[in-house]
Design a protein around this ligand. Sequence first.
Ligand code: ZN
Ligand code: FE
Length: 254
Amino acid sequence: MLDIRQIPVLNDNYIYLLREPVSGAVAVVDPAVAAPVLTEAEQLGWRITHILNTHHHGDHVGGNMEIKAATNCTIVGPGSDAARIPGIDVHVADGDSFVFGAETAKVFFVPGHTRGHIAYWFKDSDALFCGDTMFSIGCGRLFEGTPQQMWTSLSRLRDLPDQTRIYCAHEYTASNVRFAVSVDPDNKALRAYEADVTEKRARNIPTVPSTLKLERAANPFLRADQPDLQAAIGMAGQPAVDVFAEVRRRKDVF
Ligand code: ZN
Ligand code: FE
């Protein structure tokens, strides 16, 4: 099992440090910045061997070069977007298996937020690092992709096992929940989670990771093909991609 540490940085970003105990390999997922990562690794006595990037945005790759200079680590990222990943060494693509000591991450190509976005699924640790594709009760904005691409990407992640922990890159949950109850007010799972999130944030506790079981039940962006959500927004029987696009449009102006 991976030992996973969560480092909150900037306003609402999470950087993850992963250690695979058999090999001692240590990866940083989406280092927005370098200093807090290097400090945390030093305090833990962990030697950083890899950076795993999900996409090119500055709040996900901003620490790449400084961490690489300090540790000589190997940078892994989307081959299709390699020109925008600073210092990339290893190009990965959909379906690839990235061997990380005794663990393996399966790579998912999940375009939508950006055209080259990928996610890393560590099956044996039930951990999904999905960057800005899926958030708890939300999804990333469509900066470079289409609703069809994002719906397809989210649908593929939705098929992972219930117990998968969703390590997304931002603490956006409270505002996502405020939006979600506006489109899906009668969703009991969402209402129960709303109370949980309110309580956690009041005590400054992360809501991330959530689980795929919870997201499948309560995240409106994963529910575009569900009759109750479709009815709630007046789109009963419409194609899922159109429902998804409408929910995303409403969130953009919420
Ligand atoms: Zn982003
Ligand atoms: Fe981001």
